[in-house]
Design a protein around this ligand. Structure first.
Ligand code: HEM
Length: 76
């Protein structure tokens, strides 16, 4: 798989994810990286997902968070 030429954040690291409100996650997912002044390499998922789908993605992504020190996936 071709990787984008910028680092892709690890969405399982709760220290990183806690910086974002659900509203901010919604925006970056729907409108893509450029919306937040980031690169275009995160595509705007609003092209193919409804707002309701995006809410489901947020719920799913939140379920992946773990502390970077505990080494386990899933909710604490
Ligand atoms: C599950 C859906 C996704 C979520 C919740 C998500 C979330 C995020 C977040 C929170 C950031 C950090 C933005 C910031 O630092 O302000 C980010 C950046 C990024 N995402 Fe995503 N993302 C998703 C899907 C994707 C997909 C499908 C791709 C690529 C095909 C992608 C590529 C990137 C890249 C390249 C960046 C870094 C942009 C930069 O630093 O310029 N993301 N994403």
């Amino acid at each position: 798989m071709v990787r984008p030429p910028v680092p892709v954040p690890d969405l399982t690291v709760s220290e990183f994810m806690s910086r974002f409100s659900n509203r901010e996650l919604f925006k970056v997912i729907k409108y893509g990286g450029t919306r937040k002044g980031k690169s275009r390499f995160m595509p705007p998922a609003g092209r193919w997902l409804s707002d309701e789908d995006i809410q489901d993605v947020i719920t799913y992504v939140r379920s992946l968070e773990r502390s970077s020190s505990d080494g386990k996936s899933g909710k604490k």
